[in-house]
Structure formats: structure tokens, C-alpha cells
Design a protein around this ligand. Structure first.
Ligand code: AMP
Ligand code: ZN
Length: 139
């Protein structure tokens, strides 16, 4: 079986499992993290499977980075955080749990503690509302 068959993010790209999408272009897809570290936590992925930073092509890396910048700008405008944290993990030892290259875009507010990502699920209603606000702020 190929590496992509059981990859959860490839399944989202193929439409086999749902995601609350915020932005899509030829090479990238951005959607809400279902177990967010903070409100508005987004994931930006390349549509083509690559496990991590070491494997991804330069073209996909550039596309994901530019999409992450665009999404960070939109999240900043829509949610008015005090900062935005960009996280990216390579290998289980570094904290990676989904082995399809992705960038975390995490809004941060002063005085509000950031949770651990991938722990507590947010409600679909809350995620959908946040996604709508960020989408509207996209330029
Ligand atoms: P990591 O591999 O540690 O960078 O984190 C993977 C992230 O993917 C975690 O924050 C999870 O909450 C998130 N995640 C896992 N499955 C899904 C999914 N089906 N839709 C959205 N986010 C997901
Ligand atoms: Zn994949």
C-alpha cells in the first residue's frame, strides 16, 4: 500500500474525510486544526504528499510558506491576536504526529496560555465560525 493511502491529510486532499477548509490553491490547502492550540489555529499543507521538511519539493515548500503568510495575515486581521506562532515538526521525536508536511499557524493573545495542539477537540460550530472570519479577511 502506498504511503498516501492511509495518510489523513492526503485523505482530506482527496475529499475522503471532511475538513473545515479556509483556503485552497493549485498546490496548497489550508484548514482548521480540529484539536487547536488556540482559537483560529490553522494548518497549511501541500496537496502532494511529503512526510516532512526534508522530503518536500522546493516548489511545494515555497507554496506552503507563501500560503502560511497569507493565512497568518488574514488571521491577524480577522481575530486581532497579539502575535502569531508558526510551528512545524519533523519526526515523532520532534513532536510530529501526522507525517504529511504541514505548517501550524497559531494566533496568540497576551495573558492567554497556548494549549498543546492535538489534544482537545474544538466544536465544529466554533471552528466553522472562525474559519468564516479568516476566509473573509483573505486578500
Ligand atoms: P503535528 O503532527 O504534531 O504537527 O500535529 C498534527 C496536527 O494535526 C494536530 O494539531 C492535530 O490536531 C491535527 N489534526 C489531526 N487530524 C486532523 C484532521 N482530520 N483535521 C484537522 N486537523 C487534524
Ligand atoms: Zn499525505
Amino acid at each position: 500500500m502506498s504511503e498516501t493511502a492511509n495518510c489523513i491529510f492526503c485523505k482530506i486532499v482527496r475529499g475522503e474525510i471532511p475538513a473545515i477548509k479556509v483556503h485552497e490553491d493549485e498546490l496548497t490547502l489550508s484548514f482548521m486544526d480540529i484539536q487547536p492550540a488556540s482559537p483560529g489555529h490553522l494548518l497549511v499543507i501541500a496537496k502532494t504528499h511529503a512526510a516532512n521538511l526534508l522530503d518536500i519539493t522546493e516548489a511545494d515548500l515555497l507554496a506552503v510558506t507563501l500560503a502560511a503568510q497569507r493565512l497568518a495575515r488574514a488571521a491577524w486581521k480577522a481575530l486581532e491576536p497579539d502575535g502569531i506562532r508558526i510551528n512545524q515538526f519533523n519526526g515523532a521525536a520532534a513532536g510530529q504526529s501526522v507525517f504529511h508536511y504541514h505548517v501550524h499557524v497559531i494566533p496568540v493573545w497576551e495573558g492567554r496560555k497556548i494549549g498543546s495542539h492535538g489534544r482537545a477537540p474544538a466544536s465544529p460550530e466554533e471552528l466553522t465560525a472562525l474559519a468564516g472570519k479568516i476566509r473573509q479577511a483573505l486578500v
